[in-house]
Design a protein around this ligand. Structure first.
Ligand SMILES: Cc1cc2nc3c(=O)[nH]c(=O)nc-3n(C[C@H](O)[C@H](O)[C@H](O)COP(=O)(O)O)c2cc1C
Length: 222
């Protein structure tokens, strides 16, 4: 049997190396084309969807309401074109409040009502941010969420108190995730936030973002 010469072995190695390089270049080209195609498809999916910012402001002493707030934010972000701004109430600036298309406000239940921190935030719309007399929150979408220790310990009252302050500011109040907003029971036989409660938080976030996007969309021609 004829053994390949050193030269032919070298040539065969070179040709293997050059075909590997060609294959590598082809792979790279396909990858670049594929990723630019996927990027353009993603842009097309967003096209036409108005960009809306939803501010999610909350107070949380031991983390339950914060967990719901993150679920609400996930729901907002699940809508193409919607951006969630997640803030504790004391962090919110006047610009963030007034530039947002919607506000979803969350509070733990304290003595069958919202926490003092959340009420102070609402009062500061005037004291710090000067919401009146220009009605700077008018026609923004508003919604509420809460967590409470007991099944029947004031969750609905807490959400309704938040919604009442929004109505007083002529906001467009919506619910979602539940009749008055999203809520969770965190003590007794139902400790922490379960998947169903988290899912109601996501549902609320998505609905508020959807309503805000519909309001932000240019009016249809007659
Ligand atoms: C001062 C105080 C008052 C509370 N009052 C109530 C109440 O009236 N009804 C209720 O269901 N839970 C009540 N709770 C329980 C909290 O609402 C519950 O633990 C909540 O999930 C805490 O949320 P957080 O972890 O975000 O702070 C109270 C808790 C505190 C600290």
């Amino acid at each position: 049997m004829r053994r390949p010469s050193a030269t032919s072995r070298a040539t065969s190695c070179e040709s293997t190396g050059s075909s590997a390089r060609t294959g590598g270049r082809t792979f790279l080209l396909v990858a670049v084309l594929l990723s630019s195609f996927l990027a353009s498809t993603a842009v097309r999916a967003d096209e036409g969807a108005p960009r809306v910012t939803v501010l999610i402001a909350y107070h949380s002493g031991s983390g339950h309401t914060e967990k719901m707030a993150k679920g609400v934010a996930d729901g907002v972000e699940s809508l193409p074109g919607a951006h969630a701004l997640l803030r504790r109430v004391e962090q919110v600036t006047a610009d963030e409040l007034f530039a947002s298309d919607a506000l979803i406000l969350g509070s733990p239940v304290y003595w069958s009502n919202m926490a003092a921190e959340v009420k102070t935030f609402i009062d500061n719309w005037q004291f710090k941010f000067g919401v009146w007399p220009d009605l700077k929150l008018k026609n923004k979408v508003g919604a509420a969420f809460t967590t409470g220790g007991q099944v029947s310990g004031g969750k609905e009252l807490t959400m309704l108190s938040i919604l009442a302050a929004m109505l007083g500011n002529q906001m467009i109040v919506v619910s979602g995730g539940g009749a008055f907003g999203a809520s969770a029971t965190t003590e007794g036989t139902s400790p922490g936030i379960d998947e169903q409660e988290l899912s109601s938080a996501r549902e609320l976030g998505r609905r508020v973002a959807d309503v805000a996007a519909k309001l932000a969309a240019p009016a249809h021609a007659p």
